[in-house]
Ligand binder design. Structure first.
Ligand code: GLC
Ligand code: CA
Length: 712
């Protein structure tokens, strides 16, 4: 079922098969030449995002803010930063995204505000102990909560800052201009519920709960993941579920797997949570050429409640955080990925994916394949789909937040403003210069990274197992190769990843799947049948495979009759069902079965990889409407063939007549049950034959029998 006014499916678990794109409004596209990206600009780029194949957009904070922490310092929760247009443009953007089937996730920064927020200004002037003062966390001494770590350790030396107006210290887990809200105050909780109601009311599909582990402070604890925080989250979730449908809460809890998984509660807190510890381990695995870091962290990851989902990522707008690794691991990561100390910030590395991979295309692909294969919903950071570079001289984390590179024009096509006016300079370092690394160039070149990303995303979306399936690591004899199976119901995807810079061979125990064969998903090439004995793969450097395991008996899915029935019952004209959008289903489920049963089909012994309708036209003959189609049948190991296939739709009533007149194999084996009609091969109709022949002679040089029209 579709939701009103949009093509969005009515599905409370939509986020499980989503592919999320993380985007900064200011960095994507500038519509009014002021050097800052805005909502109108982003709306204009929705086609691009749709073509990339992503299904949801996560927007970084776009609220009024002094911008001292790039918008995570909010001064007004209910409006749009005037640099990014107004609420009106936001709503237009939201509608346009929904029309394209793209969901929108925004930021709910609940832990803290800007010190410019009216709540803080009011609090510092309010009487001690008053409700207004208690919107924030105050103390006479900076000695309280000493066990809480300092997160922005390159910038702050304490979690307390003295406020001369209030004559007290206020608590802040991040920058000192970001005072923490006091969640012990019920008024603060009520305000946050109001904020979420406002954005959800506008139609936002989900919110990321920024810095959620830090909502409460208690003496003698590290002030993270406290039980009170979970109680509040349950309340927030219940509040949301009562009022809205199909909405998502995504927790940003940079924690070890056990603690992060706690943010799912019993399925009654957030629907999704980031898997922070997995991220650096993917980087470690490829550099160490060893699957261990990944296998180990997956091992430590607890099962999560039904319907919940991990959010997984390679890079984001922050530093590549190394908080969730051991000291040795952190040293290793710095050594291999941030030899230049200027690339380091806080406890992490401020670089983009391509430079981290030393711009090695194979490694960039491999990392993305890892991301798309791991259990969870993948998030792509804007610009990484074209391999954008970074600039860590820009300070803080700005080096990974530079303008999107659209083409080789002024300001990389991002803005018509003077280059001096840009919110941040575009990347001009030779290797990543926007004149070569940009969308337009890559769109023109089918072997570009952008096209690779499009194809890989599209392929991933064909399989439920990636988003919803279980993961089972397959033991193998080569630690440089990671092998695992993702399965969902009958669908089994075998993933084989060579983490090494050299060719490798690997032997895997697939005996449980003996009798099946691996079909490589991009080529549809069939690999040898799996036997009881061990299975071998030989892999080039940084090589990867996605295989779907197919059983030899049922090589194809069963004919999808239910689907056709449904479409026809919905009142679609039958030629739409075979030729319109639904044609894809027709081609992959109905036609292969049909072709196997007609005598004139030449490809019976071969494996069909794909059938496409090249062209079709409608013909009317004696009140009967025919559809003349040219279908292309591609095989895994054979040249493709083109057949001319006339299709007709006849009612049950007429069918009886036809059967009497032409008793031979007129009717296809496709039965549509109580639907009044059959699909049949119209070439058998005498009346039609003449016309058909005329058409064929006009269009092609024909050889052979008129019913066998083979144009290959
Ligand atoms: C989150 C954001 C980060 C921000 C911090 C403080 O960690 O990802 O960008 O600086 O919260 O709001
Ligand atoms: Ca602008």
């Amino acid at each position: 079922m579709r939701l009103k006014d949009s093509v969005l499916e009515d599905n409370p678990h939509w986020y499980r098969d989503a592919v999320i794109y993380q985007v900064h409004i200011k960095a994507f596209a500038d519509s009014n030449a002021d050097g800052i990206g805005d909502f109108r600009g982003l709306t204009g780029k929705l086609d691009y995002l749709q073509q990339l194949g992503v299904t949801a957009l996560w927007l970084l904070p776009f609220y009024p803010s002094p911008q001292r922490d790039d918008g995570y310092d909010i001064a007004d929760y209910y409006d749009v930063n005037p640099n990014y247009n107004t609420l009106r443009e936001f709503k237009q953007f939201l509608r346009a995204a929904h029309r394209r089937g793209l969901r929108v996730i925004t930021e709910l920064v609940l832990n803290h505000t800007s010190d410019q927020h009216p709540w803080f200004q009011r609090a510092r002037k309010a009487k001690q102990g008053s409700a207004h003062r208690d919107f924030y966390v105050w103390s006479d001494t900076p000695e309280k909560y000493r066990d809480a770590r300092i997160i922005f350790r390159d910038f702050e030396s304490s979690n307390w800052t003295w406020d001369p107006v209030a004559k007290a210290n206020y608590w802040h887990r991040f920058y000192s201009h970001q005072p923490d809200l006091n969640f012990d105050n019920p008024k603060v909780q009520a305000e946050m519920l109001k904020v979420i109601d406002f954005w959800m009311g506008l139609g936002v599909d989900g919110v990321r709960l920024d810095a959620v582990p830090y909502l409460y402070e208690r003496e003698g604890t590290n002030c993270e993941n406290l039980p009170e925080t979970h109680t509040f989250l349950k309340k927030l979730r219940a509040h949301l579920d009562e009022r809205f449908k199909n909405r998502l809460l995504l927790s940003e809890a940079n924690q070890w797997p056990e603690d992060a998984a706690a943010y799912f509660g019993d399925g009654d807190e957030s629907n999704m949570a980031f898997h922070f510890p997995l991220m650096p381990r993917m980087f470690m695995a490829i550099e160490m050429e060893d699957r261990f870091p990944i296998v180990d962290i997956l091992d430590q990851t607890p099962a999560i409640p039904e319907g919940c989902q991990w959010a997984i990522f390679l890079r984001n707008h922050d530093e590549l955080t190394l908080e969730m690794v051991t000291d040795e691991e952190r040293d290793y990561m710095y050594r291999v990925y941030a030899a230049d100390p200027r690339a380091r910030i806080n406890l992490g590395i401020r670089r983009r994916l391509a430079p981290l991979m030393k711009n090695n295309r194979r490694k960039i692909e491999l990392m993305n394949v890892l991301l798309f294969s791991m259990p969870g919903t993948p998030i792509i950071y804007y610009g990484d789909e074209i391999g954008m570079g970074d600039n860590y001289y820009l300070g803080d984390r700005n080096g990974v937040r530079t303008p999107m590179q659209w083409n080789q024009d002024r300001n990389a096509g991002f803005s018509q403003s003077s280059p001096q006016r840009l919110f941040l300079p575009v990347i001009i370092e030779a290797e990543y210069h926007y004149e070569s690394i940009n969308v337009e160039n890559q769109e023109r070149n089918p072997s570009s990274l952008l096209w690779w990303m499009r194809r890989t995303i599209a392929m991933r979306k064909n399989f439920k197992a990636f988003g919803c399936g279980s993961l089972e690591i397959l033991p193998s004899d080569n630690p440089k190769v990671l092998t695992f199976i993702r399965s969902h119901k009958d669908e089994k995807i075998l993933v084989v990843i060579n983490l090494s810079r050299f060719t490798q061979t690997v032997t895997v125990d697939l005996s449980r799947y003996a009798g099946m064969f691996p079909e490589e998903v991009f080529s549809r090439n069939r690999f040898p049948i799996i036997q009881e004995s061990r299975y071998h793969f030989t892999m080039g450097q940084y090589d990867y495979f996605w295989f779907v395991l197919r059983s030899t008996e049922a090589r194809r899915e069963p004919c999808d009759e239910e689907y056709l029935k449904l479409k026809l019952a919905e009142g679609h004209p039958w030629w739409d069902v075979v030729n319109g959008k639904a044609g894809e289903r027709f081609c992959s489920f109905v036609l292969p079965l049909y072709l196997q049963r007609v005598f004139w089909f030449c490809g019976k012994g071969r494996v069909i990889s794909q059938i496409t309708i090249l062209e079709s036209c409608q013909l009317k003959q004696n009140d009967q409407l025919f559809l003349l189609t040219f279908i292309k049948v591609a095989y895994t190991e054979w040249d493709p063939e083109v057949y001319l296939l006339p299709l007709a739709w006849i009612s049950n009533e007429r069918l009886q007549n036809v059967k009497e007149r032409y008793p031979l194999e007129i009717i296809t084996p496709l039965s549509l049950g109580d639907i009044d009609g059959f699909l049949c091969d119209a070439a058998y109709f005498e009346e039609f034959r003449e016309l058909l022949m005329k058409m064929i002679h006009e269009r092609t040089k024909v050889t052979g029998e008129p019913v066998l029209i083979w144009l290959a």
